[in-house]
Design a protein around this ligand. Sequence first.
Ligand SMILES: [Zn+2]
Length: 248
Amino acid sequence: MLLDELRDYNASLLQTGLFKDCCPNGLQVEGRAEVRRIATGVTASQQVLDAAIAWGADAILVHHGYFWRNEDAAITGIKKRRIAQLLRNDVSLLAYHLPLDAHPELGNNARLGKILGLEEQGRFGEQNIACLGELVPPQALAQFAAWIGGRFQRVPQVIGEDAKNIRKVAWCSGGGQGYFGAAIEQGVDAFISGEISEQSFHLARESGVAFIAAGHHATERFGIRALGEHLADQFGLEHRFFDQDNPV
Ligand SMILES: [Zn+2]
């Protein structure tokens, strides 16, 4: 398919125009006009670029791309090496941040709920990115945390009483710890995100709502992969997901 078609299809599928975000969503670096092989990855790191380009990708789709709001705009150092490699190889980079977190089917949060066996019942928070749902049947916090650790092959960081009964759950993938306060207001028993902050500990202690930090990378592997699989199905493209072992 044509790169322009891929860009436009994704923009309408993910409704990128509706989101206020801290990076550009869509085509960030333009490569060759025709696309047969698409690579997906969580972050457009050097490792993901190297592997995707060696595989022969025409376009690389990621959740974390480039050009973040508060970073220096100059293209030097690490950023120069990454962008130069894309341009030299005529490979495109497309990035989808909040629109991919939020998508009701392919999104990180929709997928995170499915993987953890949570029944999604609603959305909350800015731009309706965070999810509310139920753990059926309810479990003790220690048991639920062990289940999450098994699903992600990574032991989560947990703040809360082991024996606390967990039924109502809120979650927001990646760096979603800022939604913890809003989650507490929803009356949940536990909140799951990728990362945790210093103040999350105090909020958890003083509210009695458990905080489970299951990994930024670990909780954001699903959306971009689901998008790649969807595009491969829809347009007969070859797709491969390139994971990277990231402990954060
Ligand atoms: Zn993220």
